[in-house]
Design a protein around this ligand. Sequence first.
Ligand SMILES: [Zn+2]
Length: 261
Amino acid sequence: MPPRARLYKTEAIILRGRKLGEADRILTLFTPTFGKMEAKAKGVRKTTSRLSGHLQPLNRCQLQLARGHVSDVITGCETLASFRGLRDDLDLLSRALYVAELTDRMTADHVQSLPTYRLLLDTLGRLESSPAPDTVLRFFEMQLLDQSGFRPELERCVGCGNALEPVDNFFAPVAGGTVCRQCVPGLAGPRVMTLNGLKVLRLLQRGSYNDVARVNVPPALAEEVERHLRSYIIGVLERNVNAAAFIDHLRREGARTKIEV
Ligand SMILES: [Zn+2]
């Protein structure tokens, strides 16, 4: 078998970075080919580093890497998109960092997912240009849940399996989805799901982004949909990853995350 090439290239979106030693940084990347992966950026915290400007969280880059024993090392970087419009607006920046963080939490290392790369890239672009950034987030959340294997059940009652009647039903994140009136007693934490709430959630799950963007959702309904999705995401994260800090972050209304470079 021929030896693997020492140098290789990949496109990547930088999800986050953390300090390593005096001057280095470990970056968490999402790539089209290798899924989520880590790579070391050497000397990138020195003022003389020619890479540091390119290796900011949320940047879309073309990277050159060298295989290493523990982690691969970034040897070259070209910025393909820096999403300037997100960085100039704190509210949009905090939403974009939430998108990066949720992608990080919901995906496993080295599992290729081109649809997730596409979703991440499209979502950052949509956040930059859409007049309704919260709609962009709801679509992203629902699609990411689906792609990560945590699709909520929205067609049938998770208790009895019957198709839902077109009335107000319930949503029970712990049980994995919608619950009919007959099955609600005894369930932990069910919340009323209005018929319109169910319709919007189904559209987020089954429709295209363009379908979703065309619908005008009144504020109270948007709040209901956000509440259901948030409680479901918290449930998934609590069951599947140790993400206490992230859950706290989700629970803080209007939380703003500081970008660290
Ligand atoms: Zn039922």
